[in-house]
Design a protein around this ligand. Structure first.
Ligand SMILES: O=C(O)CCC(=O)C(=O)O
Ligand SMILES: [Fe+2]
Length: 308
């Protein structure tokens, strides 16, 4: 594993034009070795702890998998990853300062051998966002949907060999509103043309546009797959997961102002009655922690709408 960055979480390095262009062409980005081995070890231990606890309480499905929603509220180590520089620079760089994590999950997927009818699991994220806010093609033509959220995936197990339950994606598919959906089981099992598995090592990360067509895959290996997913959206979009904020907890005490924004705290401060939307409680409020951070560093940018 090559460690390309062990920068502290306080480094806000802006994206380069080449990085932006590449992301907008592919709809995702693989970042090899961006999480330091010490942090990876800590996250793996937390994943194992949470798997054990949820197994004891019966929150494991029939395949032995854990899909733990609101994951950052169950672990300080997970919550600290919300603004981990090497991944977070992509999030604020592509979505701006007016964000929080509405949805985040830990996935632990042990090997699962049972043969079952293959299911077509290809999707864009966002559920009703894809239909409620649809541009109606007969009127508008096939205009790409808005991005609305961006997701970070942190790899915690070795998925460098195919068949280990990788996420699959179709590079560049994020601007397509539609994808064909086969009904023939053989075709379903074969999967779509151009699908790429995310082959990666612990400490790698992926950033993806929620519109990127992607799918889970079955873990047919002998290695348990472990991934932490964190989705970020705008503060005016409602939360997906239950993430109660216990302000008396050690978990909360350990969070920075930006991390508190990212768990949804500044969400409640959004006052839409401020018509002009500037100043405290308004749409553009310099006390919103991430905006304040970027402003202080001179990283707000008139030319990039989400960084204004
Ligand atoms: O578990 C996976 O590989 C993919 C999960 C997924 O669809 C997502 O996180 O949006
Ligand atoms: Fe998804």
């Amino acid at each position: 594993m090559t460690i390309t960055s062990q920068e502290p979480a306080t480094d806000y390095a802006p994206l380069t034009d080449a990085e932006r262009k590449e992301f907008h062409e592919n709809g995702y980005k693989h970042l090899p070795g961006v999480v330091s081995p010490e942090i990876v070890a800590e996250l793996q231990a937390e994943a194992d702890r949470l798997y054990g606890e949820n197994k004891d309480t019966g929150h494991i499905d029939k395949t032995g998998s854990l899909h733990l929603l609101g994951a950052v509220s169950h672990s300080s180590a997970f919550a600290r990853m919300l603004d981990y520089s090497p991944t977070f620079r992509w999030v604020w760089g592509l979505a701006g300062w007016n964000i929080y994590s509405q949805h985040n999950h830990l996935d632990v997927n042990p090997p699962y051998e049972e043969d079952e009818t293959p299911r077509w699991e290809w999707h864009q994220d966002g559920w009703r966002q894809n239909s409620d806010a649809e541009y109606y093609a007969p009127y508008y033509g096939d205009v790409p949907r808005p991005m609305l959220s961006i997701k970070v995936a942190i790899v915690l197990s070795d998925i460098s060999e195919p068949g280990r339950g990788q996420t699959l994606c179709i590079p560049g598919s994020h601007l397509n509103n539609h994808m064909y959906r086969p009904t023939d089981p053989a075709e379903i099992a074969k999967g779509p043309e151009g699908a790429v598995p995310w082959l990666a090592k612990p400490g790698d990360a992926f950033i993806f546009d929620r519109r990127l067509w992607h799918s889970r895959s079955r873990n047919r290996s002998d290695v348990t797959r472990k991934m932490l997913f964190m989705s970020y959206t705008y503060r005016w979009v409602r939360p997906v997961d239950d993430m109660p904020i216990d302000r008396e907890s050690a978990w909360y005490a350990g969070l920075t102002p930006v991390q508190r924004q990212l768990i949804g705290e500044a969400f409640g401060n959004l006052k839409v009655q401020n018509m002009w939307g500037v100043g405290e409680g308004g749409w553009i409020d310099d006390t919103i922690p991430l905006r304040a951070e970027l402003k202080e560093r001179g990283l707000l940018d008139r030319n990039v709408p989400w960084l204004r």
